[in-house]
Design a protein around this ligand. Structure first.
Ligand SMILES: COc1ccc(-c2nc3ccccc3n2[C@H](C(=O)NC2CCCCC2)C2CCCCC2)c(OC)c1
Length: 233
C-alpha cells in the first residue's frame, strides 16, 4: 500500500493556491442574480458578457499567484491565459452550478440557464459537463488545483517554452494526485476521473464561439477584453 504524505512545501504551495482561488471570486454572484428573476435573452447575453469579463480579470489575478507563473516568459504567460480563459470560465460555471443550494434552487437555476437564450444544441453537452463536475463532489482544494492545471497546459497555441510550463504543471499534478489519494482512499481512480473532466472541458470549449454567435439576441455585443480572449467579432 502506497504511503502518501504531503510535504511541508506542498502544504505551503496548496495554501497559496487555495487562498488565491478563494480570494479571486466573482464579485457579484451570478447564480443569486439568476435565481432572483427571469431575464430576457438580451439581458442574459449582457449578463454573460459582464460576468465573463470580470471572470477574465479574476483569472489574471489568480494566475499571478501561481508560484512560478510570473517567472515564465512574458509572452508565454499571455499565451497560457488566452489559451485557458474559456476552459477556466466553463470550469468556474460548473463550480457555480455545483454549489450546494437550498432544495429546488438548482433546478430553478438549471431552468433559467436552459431558457437563457443559448441555442438548444449546446444545452446537452454543457449540462453533461456540469453534471459530471457535480457528481465528483470536489473540495475547494481540488477545484483550485484543477483550474491551475488547466491554466498550465503546455500545448496551448504560441507557447514557446513548453518544458518550463510542463515543470510547473507536473508539480501541481503531483500535489493533486496525493490529495486525491488522501481524500478518497477507497476511490483509487478518482484522480484519473478528475483529469478526465479536463478532456470534456476542452471539447465543450470548442463550441464556445458558436454558443455565443448563436445566442438568441439581436445584438451580440462583446467587451474589448472578451474580443481579445474569445474568438468572436
Ligand atoms: C457561452 O455560453 C454559456 C452559456 C451558459 C453559461 C453559464 N453556465 C452557468 C452555470 C451556472 C451559473 C451561471 C452560468 N452561466 C452564465 C454565466 O453567467 N456564467 C458565468 C461566467 C463566468 C464565471 C461565472 C459564471 C449565465 C447563464 C444564464 C444567462 C446568464 C449567464 C456560460 O457560462 C460560461 C456560457
Amino acid at each position: 500500500k502506497e504511503k502518501v504524505e504531503i510535504t511541508k512545501e506542498q502544504r505551503t504551495l496548496m495554501k497559496v493556491i487555495v487562498d488565491a482561488y478563494s480570494t479571486h471570486q466573482i464579485p457579484q454572484d451570478v447564480a443569486k442574480k439568476l435565481l432572483q428573476e427571469q431575464y430576457s435573452a438580451d439581458e442574459n447575453f449582457l449578463l454573460l458578457t459582464e460576468m465573463a469579463t470580470s471572470q477574465v480579470q479574476v483569472l489574471v489575478e489568480f494566475t499571478k499567484n501561481i508560484p512560478g507563473f510570473l517567472s515564465l516568459d512574458r509572452e508565454d504567460q499571455i499565451a497560457l491565459l488566452k489559451g485557458s480563459a474559456v476552459e477556466a470560465m466553463f470550469l468556474r460555471s460548473a463550480q457555480v452550478f455545483s454549489r450546494k443550494m437550498p432544495s429546488g434552487q438548482t433546478e430553478v437555476l438549471e431552468e433559467r440557464i436552459r431558457k437563457s437564450g443559448i441555442s438548444e444544441e449546446f444545452i446537452i453537452p454543457m449540462f453533461n459537463f456540469y453534471k459530471s463536475i457535480v457528481s465528483l463532489h470536489m473540495v475547494q482544494e481540488e477545484q483550485a488545483l484543477l483550474t491551475t492545471i488547466t491554466i498550465l497546459t503546455p500545448d496551448r497555441p504560441y507557447v514557446k517554452d513548453q518544458q518550463a510550463v510542463e515543470r510547473i504543471q507536473e508539480t501541481m499534478l503531483e500535489l493533486l494526485r496525493k490529495l486525491c489519494v488522501l481524500q478518497r482512499p477507497q476511490e483509487p481512480q478518482y484522480f484519473a476521473r478528475l483529469l478526465g473532466r479536463l478532456t470534456e472541458l476542452r471539447t465543450l470549449s470548442h463550441y464556445h464561439a458558436e454558443m455565443l454567435t448563436s445566442w438568441r439576441t439581436n445584438d451580440h455585443k462583446f467587451t474589448p477584453l472578451l474580443c481579445e480572449i474569445w474568438d468572436v467579432q
